[in-house]
Design a protein around this ligand. Structure first.
Ligand SMILES: *[C@@H]1O[C@H](CO)[C@@H](O)[C@H](O)[C@H]1NC(C)=O
Ligand SMILES: *[C@@H]1O[C@H](CO)[C@@H](O)[C@H](O)[C@H]1NC(C)=O
Length: 500
């Protein structure tokens, strides 16, 4: 039997032999860069639990999210589709946003529900709140939700202190709006949220969810998009002042501690060998925060840009007994998580145009992936400009480049906001294996053989763009102050009266 056929048969046997559908724990960090974890080379980060996932699981070197900012990246993760299709552009959603992830989009939770899964989300949602909380996770396939429905700087930063205690966090939050609420399902439990107790609340929620599901022998899906390590950094008593890396390191350590608690619960409930834990991040580091932002390691620029630092992320798949430890250089994306979980659960794929591909073969056999290309849209995608960049195999072509506020303060002038939109025709092409830092564009003049490569890239781009139907912009629908979550909706004067 040839190798491909053998791999296929192995995979078929594997998927049909799974005793019971596996559980899934999906961990999604915020603004965490390629260089931020100990297991990705950061010298002073303390991430013992994520490092343990990496050493006992499969670590990706070429894994991408779909947008250099939050909301669009989350939309793609949960739907397996580029954000342009679901309309989560331009930029991000706000507390009073009228739109949200359209309810007719199918999330991973909705894919798994028909297979009998218990589903829960905790942490930062950021896919809309809307009128009467219509876009909350409980309306998108999740049985339960505990968390803040958007970024934790989207409010006046009350109760947000750093180490040493009572010292206000670095910088400013949004002022003028309601204080940040903690939601349980669609009810506001606390406003403003107490950040110093928050991580403990998440750990308890997750422990309870896993324990109850395991006891019932019900397969489960836990989605944990963390507020860490988005600015402003904070950490509760267990982590504040305990890392080597200052406030950023403390926030990361606090997240890592929750990962450790989750692993311990999976072990204690006896389900760890039947659980796929997957970790990645929504976009690159917010370099404008200097040492309190993240780190993109050897990659160029960070959040807000379509350079590698904006969208290439750490990713780890951990499943003891099923995924062998190792490192993979296969190309993969957050888009591929939905099809992979569907495959492993034996669930049906949604009948829509998916951009994700099944990566089970990479996970289970350390085999070849099906993904050959990755598309890079800017924070404000449009049909007029189309793709800013495209990666095909090991090559990346930039059709447009632009810096971003989020990536300011770096010595590389291409990263900051003063680096305005620049078209490239022919595109700038980099060999990302020889030059992962995108420093040395290949020259068509010196290497005429690259014309074939360019033709192939342009063909993939044309085919992809012909298949792209932009959904109505949800963020373009604007905001309404009255939609901001308020625990005492009839009170006045707003927003200061919204306190519970
Ligand atoms: C959802 O509904 C909108 C408005 O009717 C439509 O344009 C869009 O294609 C639908 N999306 C899906 C995934 O069915
Ligand atoms: C998981 O599998 C390993 C290796 O086979 C075994 O040592 C361990 O006891 C199992 N853990 C549980 C909780 O079943």
């Amino acid at each position: 039997m040839d190798h491909t056929l053998l791999a296929f048969v192995n995979l078929f046997l594997f998927c049909s032999c799974l005793a019971s559908p596996p559980n899934f724990v999906l961990l999604f960090a915020d603004d965490l860069g390629f260089g931020d974890l100990g297991c990705y080379g950061h010298p002073s980060s303390l991430t013992p639990n994520l490092d343990r996932l990496a050493s006992g699981g499969l670590r990706f070197t070429d894994f991408y999210c779909t947008s250099p900012v939050c909301s669009p990246s989350r939309a793609s993760l949960l739907t397996g589709r580029y954000q342009t299709r679901s309309g989560i552009y331009p930029g991000v959603l706000y507390p009073g946003s009228i739109g949200g992830l359209p309810l007719n989009e199918t999330t991973i939770a909705e894919v798994l529900k028909p297979m009998g899964y218990a589903t829960a989300a905790m942490g930062k949602w950021h896919l809309g709140f809307g009128a009467n909380g219509m876009y909350l996770p409980t309306n998108q396939g999740f049985d339960q939700y505990l968390g803040i429905p958007y970024s934790h700087d989207m409010g006046p930063c009350r109760n947000l202190t750093c180490f040493p205690p009572d010292v206000k966090c670095f910088g400013l939050c949004d002022v003028g709006g309601v204080t940040v609420p903690l939601m349980h399902n669609d009810v506001i439990k606390q406003q403003p949220v107490n950040f110093l107790d928050l991580e403990r609340a998440y750990s308890d929620f997750a422990t309870n969810f896993i324990t109850v599901s395991a006891k019932k022998k019900q397969p489960f899906f836990l989605y944990y998009p963390s507020h860490h390590t988005h600015y402003p950094q904070y950490a509760g008593p267990g982590a504040a002042g305990r890392s080597l890396r200052g406030p950023y390191g403390d926030a990361l350590l606090e997240f890592d501690t929750t990962v450790g608690n989750l692993l311990a619960t999976l072990e204690q409930t006896g389900v760890i060998n039947n659980t796929l834990v997957f970790f990645t991040s929504d976009n690159g580091p917010e370099l404008m925060r200097m040492s309190r932002g993240g780190n993109s390691g050897p990659l160029k620029c960070g959040k807000g840009t379509t350079y590698e630092g904006g969208m290439r992320e750490p990713a780890i798949a951990f499943w003891p007994g099923t995924i062998r430890p190792g490192v993979t250089h296969e190309l993969a994306s957050t888009l591929d998580i939905l099809p992979t979980m569907a495959r492993l659960a034996g669930a049906k794929l949604p009948q829509v145009q998916l951009d994700g591909v099944d990566m089970t073969e990479i996970l289970v056999n350390h085999g070849q992936g099906k993904r050959k290309a990755m598309m890079f849209y800017p924070t404000d995608p449009s049909e007029m400009y189309g793709l800013f960049a495209l990666r095909l195999e090991k090559y990346k072509a930039h059709f447009y480049t632009r810096g971003a506020t989020h990536s300011g303060t770096t010595p590389d002038k291409d990263c900051d906001i003063f680096s305005v939109l620049k078209p490239h025709d022919p595109p700038l092409i980099f060999d990302l294996e020889a030059d992962p830092s995108e420093k040395y564009p290949l020259s068509l003049v010196i290497r005429p053989d690259l014309q074939d490569l360019l033709d192939r890239i342009l063909k993939v781009k044309d085919q992809f763009e012909a298949s792209m139907v932009f959904g109505e912009s949800q963020i373009g629908k604007g905001s309404d102050r009255d939609l901001e979550p308020c625990c005492t909706p009839q009170c006045s004067p707003k927003p200061s009266c919204c306190q519970c």
